[in-house]
Design a protein around this ligand. Structure first.
Ligand SMILES: [Zn+2]
Length: 97
């Protein structure tokens, strides 16, 4: 973690704390700007259809992984012994897989 990344984290934390501390003011500003009513309209008109579409797309896209792409058994690169794919070390020679 670099020093610049730490500075970004600190600045982000300070900004988020200030935002949470002034949440009522932010909410009233959003209400005056019309964002609350726009969000209510979007939620009433589009949320149910979008959620159903996403759930159906996930049901179609989530397929059972085939055994060819994720075999349960592998081979040790050192001694060519058959090993379990989940094992971190070869049971025959002890080399890391
Ligand atoms: Zn081995």
């Amino acid at each position: 973690m670099t020093l610049g990344f730490r500075k970004v984290i600190v600045v982000g934390l300070v900004a988020s704390i200030m935002l949470v501390a002034n949440s009522q003011m932010v909410a009233s500003w959003m209400d005056q700007a019309g964002l609350i009513s726009a969000a209510q309209t979007i939620r009433d008109n589009f949320l149910t259809g979008t959620a159903i579409t996403i759930i159906l797309a996930l049901l179609v896209l989530l397929v059972r992984p085939s055994l060819k792409t994720a075999p349960l058994l592998g081979r040790c690169p050192v001694c060519d012994q058959r090993t379990a794919r989940a094992a971190a070390y070869c049971s025959e020679c002890g080399s890391r897989q």
